[in-house]
Design a protein around this ligand. Structure first.
Ligand SMILES: [Zn+2]
Length: 81
């Protein structure tokens, strides 16, 4: 999972520093293909508000949640594409 340092780590969505009181979402490495527009979230952190406020970034959050809930099913879903 991504390294997150409150007050130092930048949000992968808005590029602003994530503060101590901000709700943060961390992504594992290799979740998205390198050529994907979502690749910026690989091994990165983001404000939850940034993810839920944007349709494309929300897709990243949903993929992460799917992966964490059932990694095997997530990998299989990639093979089906
Ligand atoms: Zn942000």
């Amino acid at each position: 999972m991504a390294l997150f340092l409150p007050g130092r780590t930048r949000c992968a969505a808005c590029r602003e520093v994530i503060g101590h009181d901000d709700e943060v979402v961390m992504f594992p490495p290799g979740l998205f293909a390198d050529r994907s527009v979502l690749a910026r979230f690989n091994d990165a952190s983001a404000h939850r508000a940034c993810l839920t406020g944007d349709e494309l970034w929300l897709e990243a959050l949903e993929a992460r949640d799917f992966f964490l809930r059932d990694p095997v099913a997530f990998i299989r879903s990639l093979e089906d594409r």
